[in-house]
Design a protein around this ligand. Structure first.
Ligand SMILES: *[C@@H]1O[C@H](CO)[C@@H](O)[C@H](O)[C@H]1NC(C)=O
Ligand SMILES: *[C@@H]1O[C@H](CO)[C@@H](O)[C@H](O)[C@H]1NC(C)=O
Length: 278
C-alpha cells in the first residue's frame, strides 16, 4: 500500500514537471513515461478484455497491460496525435481490431461476444504456411510457417520480414517469436497499424484524420472511418459485401470499447459499400 502511494506520488510529480517543461524536453523524455498510460489505465484495459486470462483462452497471461504499454513506447505517435477524443478513439479502434483478430467470443458468451478479445495468440488450423514464394524481397525460410500470430495475427512472409526488420528481429527465420514474446507481439500489431503499405494508407493516419483519399479511393467509397481500417486489415475478404459477420464483429468490439473510453465512434463504421484496395 505504502509502496503504491509512493509511486502515485512520484508519477504525479513527474507529470507536473512534464507539463511545465518545454516541448523539446517532453520529446526527450517520451521513453521514460508513456503518455498512453494516462489515456488507458490498467483497470480500463482489463475491463475491455474481461476473459483474456481465462483457462479457456490459449493466450492466457500472454497479453498483460505492461507489455502493451511497453510496446507503445516504440511508436510515440500512437494514441498521441490530435485532440483527446481522437487519441482515445484511435486506441479504442486499435484494441477493437486486435480483439476481433484474437476473439474467443461467441453470441451467447458470458459478458457478451465483445468481452473476449485477446483470447488467442496463434491462428488455429492454418490452411497454409502463408508463404508467397513470388515475393523475392522477403523470401520464406525453409520449414517456417507465416500463419497468424500475435494481436494483429501477423501473416505472410511479406509482413513478417519487414515487421522484423523494423522491430529488430528476424521475422523470416524466427516467426515464432511473435507468439512467444508479449512485447514483440504487441509491437507487431502496432507496426502494422502505424505503417503505410501502398496503396493503402496506415490505419493510424485514417483514425487521426491524416488520410487523403485519391480519386480512385473516392470512386471506391474509401472515405475515412473505422470501416476503412477494416478495409486496410482484411478488405479483400470482408469489404464490398453486405452484412459480413466478421465486419460486424469488428464493429461490435469498437462500439463497446468506444463507450468504455467515453468517446463516439466517428462516421463510416462499415466497409460494406467500399471496394477493397488492390
Ligand atoms: C516461449 O517458448 C517456450 C518454449 O516453447 C515456452 O516454454 C514458453 O512458455 C514460451 N513463452 C511465452 C511467453 O509464450
Ligand atoms: C458507393 O456507395 C454508394 C452508396 O452506398 C453505392 O451506391 C455505390 O455502389 C458505392 N460504390 C462502389 C464503387 O461500391
Amino acid at each position: 500500500m505504502e509502496f503504491s502511494n509512493h509511486i502515485s506520488f512520484s508519477l504525479l510529480f513527474f507529470t507536473i514537471l512534464l507539463s511545465f517543461a518545454s516541448n523539446g524536453v517532453v520529446e526527450a523524455r517520451k521513453g521514460v513515461i508513456s503518455p498512453i498510460s494516462h489515456l488507458i489505465s490498467e483497470s480500463l484495459y482489463n475491463s475491455l478484455f474481461l476473459h483474456k486470462d481465462d483457462n479457456a483462452c490459449p493466450a492466457k497471461n500472454f497479453y498483460p497491460y505492461n507489455a502493451f504499454i511497453e510496446a507503445t513506447k516504440c511508436f510515440p505517435k500512437f494514441g498521441n496525435t490530435g485532440d483527446l477524443i481522437t487519441r482515445k478513439r484511435e486506441i479504442a479502434a486499435f484494441l477493437a481490431q486486435i480483439s476481433h483478430e484474437t476473439t474467443g467470443g461467441w453470441a451467447t458468451a458470458p459478458d457478451g461476444p465483445y468481452a473476449w478479445g485477446l483470447c488467442f495468440k496463434e491462428e488455429i488450423n492454418p490452411q497454409s504456411n502463408y508463404c508467397d514464394s513470388t515475393n523475392t524481397q522477403w523470401p520464406c525460410f525453409p520449414g517456417k510457417s507465416y500463419f497468424g500470430r500475435g494481436p494483429i495475427q501477423l501473416s505472410w512472409n511479406y509482413n513478417y520480414g519487414p515487421a522484423g526488420k523494423a522491430l529488430g528481429f528476424d521475422g523470416l527465420r524466427n516467426p515464432e517469436i511473435v507468439s512467444n514474446n508479449s512485447v514483440i507481439a504487441f509491437k507487431t500489431g502496432l507496426w502494422f497499424w502505424m505503417t503505410e503499405q501502398r496503396p493503402k494508407p496506415s490505419c493510424h493516419d485514417v483514425m487521426v484524420g491524416k488520410y487523403k483519399p485519391t480519386a480512385a479511393d473516392l470512386a471506391a467509397n474509401r472515405t475515412a472511418g473505422y470501416g476503412l481500417v477494416t478495409n486496410i486489415i482484411n478488405g479483400g475478404l470482408e469489404c464490398g459485401r453486405p452484412d459480413d459477420a466478421r465486419v460486424n464483429s469488428r464493429i461490435g468490439f469498437f462500439k463497446r470499447y468506444a463507450q468504455l473510453f467515453n468517446v463516439d465512434t466517428g462516421p463510416n463504421l462499415d466497409c460494406a459499400n467500399q471496394l477493397p484496395f488492390n
